[in-house]
Design a protein around this ligand. Sequence first.
Ligand code: PSV
Ligand code: MN
Length: 426
Amino acid sequence: MKIEKEQILVENQQQTTFHNESFDFLGSSLDKRGVDVEEVVQRLADFQVAIPSWALGAGGTRFGRFSFYGEPATLEQKIDDVGVLHALTGTAGAISLHIPWDIPEDYKAIRERAASHGLIFDAVNSNTFQDQKDAKESYRYGSLSNRNEAVREQAIQHNLDVIKIGEKLGSKSLTVWLADGSNFPGQDNFQTALLNTEDSLKKIYAGLPEDWKLFIEYKPYEPNFYSTVIQDWGTSFLLANACGEKAYTLVDLGHHLPNTNIEQIVSTLMVKGKLGGFHFNDSKYGDDDSTTGSVKPYALFLIFNELVYGMQHNPQNPYPAWMIDASHNIKDPLEDLIQSLEAIQEAYAKALLVDQEQLKVAQQQNDVVQCQEILQNAYRTDVRPLLERARLQMGSALHPLMTYRSLQVRDNLIKERGRHTVATGL
Ligand code: PSV
Ligand code: MN
């Protein structure tokens, strides 16, 4: 299914008057606050978030999986789904593939299909957390960290193969998330596991094309429940440093223990020029895969405040690769992704409204109360008309979710694909 620009225009027409009124009202009050409204709208229009190929079907847990009807069964259909998201939101201009779940058969056709939706290929993701059919070695006891050299070699080779696939699609980065760790005290020698991992990552890094980046993701637990080799940003950071200047840390919001100060991690990594990628989601306890902004929207805003500050003050840090990384167990995955994209844009817009000059003055005067006022003044602003204006300028939907429903996208997908299709992924 492809949504045509005209369909969106028709939907938008019914809502334009209300949008104009609310935009003008907000615009004039932001003007008085000294905000360059047009610039904020432009930044929102420029902000693109990759959608992972594994997020378009229903995700499951080890207790079961409830499939969602009309799921994309092929890579082509996954690309079409991201195309739907991009047409509606103007924000989902990239797709991130997980290998081997999504190996293209015909590269030219896949590239053309993505281009027809205005999509590019973002980071490619390797998978050494599952055994593949016909694989010689098993990852049961780890991959890049494994004490058996043959297993490590297989895992390294897989990553090098993923780079080759990414090159054919125009990707420019490889994301490595390592499930390696141990389930029981005494099972692993921590030092050996870390050193093996460092050695393996260096070998992958050596195969990285000149203009590519390596993103090293971290996660405290799951699937291992006693220890994880790359458990936190510090471990990722030291491994990235050991690899070289094209290696970076990747922050996934769900990969922190409760109450971790993620905004501070972001700030530390950016000042050191090592924040390469960012995965959005939300959680109450652990890696819960909840819709971005659904549980802790203020924390998301504080994180964006540091991201915006870093993007403005840290030229040593590359522009981060943004991606949503959530598993949709109950909701329609496309509706869930639309909600996430909206929450990301909202947090970004609010962070752009923070008066950094005033904040600096208040900090210098140790006016703690005023510091909080400045942040919360930005946070309490209803920025939705700014998001709407950015979408309007891009020819996207004023209200993506409403339009998704009124165009009956899911019903159409079910008609096209049938009810009982299953997307590859977790
Ligand atoms: C791990 O939980 C993770 O966040 C990594 O980014 C993986 O690539 C992704 O989920 C899918 O398994
Ligand atoms: Mn992730």
